[in-house]
Design a protein around this ligand. Sequence first.
Ligand SMILES: NC(=O)c1ccc[n+]([C@@H]2O[C@H](COP(=O)([O-])OP(=O)(O)OC[C@H]3O[C@@H](n4cnc5c(N)ncnc54)[C@H](OP(=O)(O)O)[C@@H]3O)[C@@H](O)[C@H]2O)c1
Length: 301
Amino acid sequence: MAKRLMVTGCGGFVAGGIVHQSDKHWELHALTRGAPLLEKDNVVWHSFDLLDTAELRRVFREVAPDAVIHAAAAADIDFCQANRELAERVNTGVARELADLCGAAGAKLVSMSTDNVYDGEKGRYTEVDPTSPINWYGETKVMAEQAVSAMDAGWVVVRVSLVMGLPMLGAGNSFLSRMLPVLERGETLGVPDMEIRSPLDIVTAARALLELADNDYSGYLQLAGNDILNRFEMVRRLAVELGYPAERVEPKDPVNIPDRAPRPRDASLCNDKAKRVLKTPMRGLGDGLALILATQKEGPA
Ligand SMILES: NC(=O)c1ccc[n+]([C@@H]2O[C@H](COP(=O)([O-])OP(=O)(O)OC[C@H]3O[C@@H](n4cnc5c(N)ncnc54)[C@H](OP(=O)(O)O)[C@@H]3O)[C@@H](O)[C@H]2O)c1
């Protein structure tokens, strides 16, 4: 019999990838505030706002999941900086509620966190490095991590690096889908060159999260790509791989971007532990892009 998996934030970028990549091994319950996005035999949609705690508890009881992947978040760093109370309710409050529900029911909780829990002074962070966020988004995620890691067992806090790809369902927080229309219009793209990241493709991220929902691993784990590079280099390489001229991507000083919350300078993550724990291979930028393009051609799993 299929195991029951609940996934939050399915109108978003990462959870959309999870729905897309899930197969019949799972009876997947997709939670969203919006309308169902994909008809698939193994997927049941539930439309409501996660801030409606009574409804979240009711749906959780009805579904009785074996595992939950919590991907819903206020994931826009600048939005969180400007809307602190709402960001805390969404990012910390919902994680806390899910930790309580999963803990009481014995369901596994795989909760998504971020490279923004680090201050960016060191880089190549490992799971044991202390957190020290420099923006409110990172603060809300550290508080969520604390709630999840207080569970007795059956929890994973997944610190994810910048995720690259196009949304596989709906829309979402994808830098590639913001950059492509600019390049298609023939305009030049300005990208910060002092922010170092370890980008991971959406397909690998989704498969790794599904694997974590199914295996016995409990604890902190970082998901990151094999290449460490600054955002400008990353976008320029992606643009070239997609057939655009390199000079159409230019370095840009982020102080010239209005209302931009502070970002960690070097938030690159070490993925050694993920390589030991997971069967899903971590990939570099080129391999990741090739996988995204091939998966889009193939369609949903
Ligand atoms: N994208 C990245 O590069 C990246 C990097 C590191 C970590 N992360 C983390 O990965 C997770 C997924 O991020 P993502 O990139 O998929 O973000 P996203 O595209 O913005 O999706 C997040 C989803 O969360 C739900 N959500 C947002 N605000 C909400 C609210 N007020 N109430 C209830 N639900 C709300 C929405 O789902 P519905 O529309 O279905 O309601 C939204 O689509 C997040 O925890 C994020 O912090 C992402």
